[in-house]
Design a protein around this ligand. Structure first.
Ligand SMILES: [Cu+2]
Length: 473
């Protein structure tokens, strides 16, 4: 893990008062170490050096690790050479303007800092750039330990998809162009689509596909299975894994192998405990998984296998002295596509109270030239969805496209209330999987004014237009 020296931190702190800061609502930080620094760093992937980004806390760890009641208060410094649009994913107590991912939020220039102050939302959350740099690991955990969290060992597992190509090149290869004409090359219809990846998915025999980017590797805490992270655990112990899918274009199945396992929270919100053989996690989603280490000890891989594929990554939980076996990065059998059967089993610990709701239809779309739309428009082409402060809104997503879309709403934890099997008090989440051919409804109480992005968490779908705004006033 990248650890800045104390000297580096102090140097940054000393430099802060000199940094330009031209944003209304943000004041210049006094001489204190930055709470968080966006930085460049080097990692090794499959024996090759790679320059990626990172977001490092004042304690030198990746991201923020706090407890319920703590505030995220201090300076966020952009110590990279690229502008930054930071987003605190899952932080529902942050007012609009506390991150830059909203219309008018602008970019934090290289060398600039923002002063941030909000109470952290308990749960497993994360942070990432709202730009193509997310592909280059501009992302980190944002963990706020719940007041009632069981007193057991915890470990954060962050997943990424990795390419040695620049994200602009990946986007051009897909045939996509950045919305607002910000670079990219308009290719032919579906150019770069890898039709060998086509597979018959759900949705009544529709030809669906997944994994439209050919990645070089899949990372679990920055490492592949060639050299996985090994976490020391005690025989017989219970361990809480806080799993974050920080991949931009890849959904996974978490496979705890022979370990007994139970999910107790999704997207940072508690759910009634559910056990399964494998657990789906789409881009942006989180899973809090309790696993039990057998009393006799040993080494236990936790795999994350790419949906509709054999590729996988993971970490190993091992008791003292256990031999860690060599782990293949291809599973014996391909995984299925993500679907809603897992969400259908989940029930929120804190469901929304009964209330009358107003319905908005959100039609997802895909047009030639790798152009992904919401209600027929790319971001900026259509007015925002207008909503009233205090109202209960239901968003009914409909997906006639050939790909799954993990739909994310900023600033709120909605509740899934219908996945096509009748109404239910499903899980609280902030990213919902909408499969090809599916109709999924979420309910949300709009308790904060502002303009909140509603977008697909597939980075290249968002970048080419699949984003709109909920304007709450
Ligand atoms: Cu999408």
């Amino acid at each position: 893990m990248f650890r800045p020296t104390r000297r580096a931190v102090l140097t940054q702190a000393a430099a802060l008062p000199l940094l330009g800061l031209a944003r209304p609502g943000f004041a210049l930080s006094p001489v204190v170490p930055p709470l968080l620094t966006a930085t460049s760093r080097q990692i090794e992937v499959l024996g090759r050096a790679a320059t990626v980004y990172g977001m490092v806390g004042a304690d030198g760890r990746s991201g923020i690790h706090a407890k319920a009641g703590d505030r995220f208060a201090g300076a966020v410094l952009n110590d990279t050479a690229v502008p930054l649009v930071h987003h605190w994913h899952g932080q529902v107590m942050a007012a609009e303007g506390q991150d830059r991912a909203y219309t008018g939020g602008g970019e934090l220039e290289p060398g600039g800092s923002d002063l941030i102050d909000f109470e952290l939302t308990p749960g497993t959350h994360w942070m990432h750039s709202h730009q193509l740099t997310e592909q280059q690991l501009m992302a980190a955990p944002m963990i706020c330990r719940e007041a009632d969290a069981e007193d057991i060992q915890e470990h954060v597992l962050m997943l990424h998809d990795f390419s040695f190509k620049a994200p602009e090149e990946i986007l051009a290869g897909l045939g996509g162009a950045m919305m607002h004409g910000a670079g990219g090359d308009m290719g032919g219809a579906m150019a770069g689509m890898d039709h060998s990846k086509m597979n018959m998915g759900g949705g009544g025999g529709m030809m669906t596909h997944a994994n439209d980017v050919a990645y070089d590797a899949f990372l679990a805490n920055d490492r592949t299975l060639a050299d996985p992270e090994v976490v020391q655990v005690d025989p017989g112990a219970r361990l809480r894994l806080r799993i974050i899918n920080g991949a931009t274009a890849t959904a996974f199945w978490i496979d705890p192998g022979m370990l007994d396992s139970t999910v107790i929270a999704v997207d940072g919100s508690g759910c009634a405990p559910v056990s399964a053989k494998a657990y789906p996690i789409a881009q942006g989603q989180r899973l809090d998984l309790i696993v039990t280490i057998p009393a006799q000890g040993g080494a236990f891989p936790i795999f994350a296998q790419v949906e509709a594929a054999r590729m996988r990554t993971g970490i190993v939980l091992a008791t003292a002295g256990a031999a860690v076996p060599k782990l293949a990065d291809l599973a014996e059998a391909g995984a299925g596509n993500l679907d809603v059967s897992f969400d259908a089993m989940l029930r929120a610990v804190q469901p929304l109270p009964d209330a009358a709701a107003r319905m908005e239809h959100v039609m997802l779309g895909e047009e030639p030239g790798y152009r992904f739309t919401i209600n027929g428009a790319i971001h900026g082409e259509a007015p925002p969805i207008a909503a009233k402060l205090g109202e209960r809104l239901e968003l009914m997503f409909m997906n006639p496209t050939m790909m799954m879309h993990p739909m994310h709403l900023h600033g709120h934890h909605f509740q899934i209330v219908d996945v096509g099997m009748g109404r239910f008090a499903g899980p609280r989440r902030d990213v919902v999987v909408v499969n090809p051919g599916a109709m999924v409804t979420v309910a949300v109480d709009l308790d904060k004014p502002g303009s909140w992005f509603l977008h697909c968490h597939h980075l290249y779908h968002m970048a080419t237009g699949m984003m709109t705004e909920l304007r709450v006033s």
